[in-house]
Design a protein. Sequence first.
Length: 98
Amino acid sequence: MKNIKVLGTGCANCKTTLKLIEEVAAERGVAVQLEKVEDIQAIMGYGVMSTPGVVIDGKVVHAGGVPSREKIAEWLVGTLSAPQAAPAEGCCGGGKCA
């Protein structure tokens, strides 16, 4: 489950961002725990000066403007997934080692 925080004071863009994340997560079957952070001091604590901001598993991935559905999908199922293990020593990494 991904822990996602949408940072913003409640403007239309913040609400739209929250709704888009909910929709894309449901479409992709990704379990998320969404939290809306409206406290200015908490938002600034993340270094976000332009809202909406998005924090996933403690990492700021977006600030300012509504992210695209494609970008949200990347966050949920793409670039933030666990890194692949390195090939074993002596292995070429091509998957055809004897």
